[in-house]
Design a protein around this ligand. Structure first.
Ligand code: GLP
Length: 259
């Protein structure tokens, strides 16, 4: 696991955007796994800027989002489809027909999940999966005690996640408590994974993910078993890491000898 610690959220997000850009330069028809939430917003802004300045194009890119709320139609302002259109897709030259998000408005959820897994396979799998992390260590909506081999499925959200995400909802808005999420097994099949953690409130989950035991109680810790993971943190999110100095040193060595 490569752990990159940068002073600010902006620098961490720029690093992630540069990483995505490099992947797309190497493989212009890459398949990206994308995430929602606040941690990825500056990364998406940086990618939009790269597109607007002519630095990169997304026209041959296919995307698969991690998760979607059950009960929200794609045009609902709180749906992750709406979020992705608003925060990224509407601002770049991506083909909207190739932006997949779990279908949560058709009542046959099991079929939706199976179809999602097949679609990922038909597209050759995910080249790079972008992740955030929940304060309870979740990735996607794989809550604590999710099977580390889980596939795309319906998941009931914890009270902790519902409370954390309530900031996005107005008082009178219905907030879903179930979602379809890629499983941990699905995420682990991506060729490369990049996770961004920002802010002090993520520091415990980040420490559990990077340095804790591999345990379904911290779903993100499964990433310790993946060979190509980069964890990108701002200083606040890194503040609970026992080997903080070591990660700073190894990244310096990496930049000196590998770049
Ligand atoms: C959400 C999403 C995750 C996201 C995480 C962190 O509930 N399902 O994909 O990474 O929780 O969210 P945020 O970045 O807003 O802290």
């Amino acid at each position: 696991m490569r752990v990159v610690i940068l002073p600010t959220d902006q620098e961490a997000s720029n690093f992630v955007a540069d990483f995505i850009e490099k992947l797309i330069i190497d493989k212009e028809n890459a398949v990206l796994g994308l995430a929602t939430g606040s941690s990825v917003l500056l990364t998406y802004e940086a990618l939009i800027k790269k597109y607007q300045s002519g630095e990169m194009s997304f026209k041959n890119i296919t995307t698969f989002n991690l998760d979607e709320y059950i009960g929200l139609k794609p045009d609902h302002i709180q749906s992750y489809r709406h979020y992705m259109n608003r925060k990224l897709f509407n601002h770049i030259d991506i083909d909207h027909k190739k932006n997949y998000i779990p279908e949560c408005f058709n009542k046959d959820y099991e079929l939706s999940c199976e179809n999602y897994e097949s679609k990922i396979r038909q597209n050759g799998g995910i080249d790079l999966q972008l992740l955030g992390i929940g304060t309870n260590g979740h990735i996607g909506f794989n809550e604590p005690t999710s099977s580390l081999n889980s596939r795309t499925r319906v998941k009931t959200l914890t009270q902790n996640t519902i409370k954390n995400n309530s900031r996005f909802f107005e008082n009178n808005e219905i907030q879903p408590s179930i979602a379809i999420t890629m499983g941990i097994g699905t995420i682990m099949e991506a060729q490369n994974i990049i996770l961004i953690g920002l802010g002090k409130h993520k520091s415990k989950a980040v420490a559990d993910l990077v340095e804790g035991p591999v345990s379904s109680f911290c779903p993100g810790s499964a990433l310790q078993n993946h060979g190509n993971v980069v964890v990108v943190l701002d200083n606040l999110a890194a503040s609970n890491l026992k080997l903080y100095d070591y990660y700073i040193h190894t990244e310096k060595m990496y930049q000196e000898y590998m770049c």
